[in-house]
Design a protein around this ligand. Sequence first.
Ligand SMILES: Cc1ncc(COP(=O)(O)O)c(C=O)c1O
Length: 479
Amino acid sequence: MSNTYIIDQLLKLHKQDMVSFHMPGHKNGRLFDRFNYKNFKEMLPYLDTTEIPGTDNLHNPKEIIKKAQLKASEVFNCEETFFLVNGSTAGIYSMIMAATSPGDMLIVNRNCHQSVINAMILGNCSPIFINPEMDIHQGFALGITPDKVEAALKAHPEAKAVIITYPTYHGVACDLKKIAETVHKYDKILLVDEAHGAHLGLSDKLPPTALDCGADAVVQSTHKTLPAFTQSAMLHIQGSRIDREKLRFMLKLHQSSSPSYLLMASLDLALMIYDTQGKYLMESLLELVEDFNFKANKQGILCTHKHTVGHGGIYAIDPTKLWLSLQHKNITGYQLDKRLREEYAIQMELSNFYGTLAIATIGNIRGDFDRLLRAMEAISKIPGNTKLKDLPPFTFRVPEAAYSPRQAVYMPKRQIPLEESEGCVSGEYVIPYPPGIPLLVPGEVINHEIVQYIKIMLKEGMEIIGLKDETCETVAVLD
Ligand SMILES: Cc1ncc(COP(=O)(O)O)c(C=O)c1O
């Protein structure tokens, strides 16, 4: 009998030789092998160290970490870069709490990551939500229009800052440059969650980077789309709108006092790859994606983003995010995802009823795309029997807020059946996953539309995160 659980399972999965269209961006370490860092994997135990003479200190960098961060600020073209070892999550907490004070209001796209709301719970701020445009048929959010941002700024002159997700998980980029101009016209701070866009600077064919668009602070999950280990991320700053001393304090507050050197080393390596070969590798990747899209479309098996730039708040689309759908063959995204994994050893990033998302990075090779194409061809030959059109489209209105998320978190709660919760105030998050957009944030009033939507979608097998009751039959409401 084995003495380890996690290691055994991870090695077992590794032996299945899965094609990775998911995070992390290094794709099973393949990129390290290609970069004369084949022995990087063998070095790992020696790189795992702590603050001793010669290793510097992330919380007060003076030597090697300072040099690496300086290089990152040059490569990413900003004034200052901070390495993050607790994911973009820690960067989001820190930048929001550096830009605000308790009691402040923050304008934010509703399809933000949970960490943005959590930062407001920690920092005692309240959200003013802007609805993204939606693709109700594919079930995910599109762009945020500059007009909506301006309307929110006009309606809430007391707001301290604006935070925007750019690009979205699905690769949709809004007109961030215009949004930045608008936000700065109102003399507010623009924070950007660029968790899914660390690679954008590698090609002009990709949406422009948040820094180029004029954001004041930008968080990137290096681990998601570049070759760095999971949890390693960066925070970039430019201009004078962010109080740097306050930011340093917040970073100390939110990050481990024993930052992982493995993660910092992997950021260092990702930076080197980005700087020396990144553009060339991205060019090759974009050719592979184009070739894949062409062949797949020709065979009628692909239904990627049908969205047109210029509509739905879309300024540009990141082609490295591939949305695959066989809904015209009555095959759900869940079924497609499962079949790709179980029958063809291809692991996707996420799926919903309508389709499944592949995250391609500079770590993917032609063979990966060939395997995906062959698998899609084979699966599409046998139509399924799920009529996707019968499902309710994902329209979504921001519910009325009775309390701020922080107030709601600290108030007494009771558990009641979902069926009876209409009119009550939610004490917890309700986040259908995907799309990962909160239906309810703590402190919001549960309405009829939400109860009905949850009931139907649960029956169809949608996962809901945030609820204490895993069966989702009951919900915590304020007492
Ligand atoms: C849009 C967005 N922002 C932030 C995060 C948090 O990033 P991390 O996992 O690096 O903490 C995620 C995670 O998936 C995300 O999707």
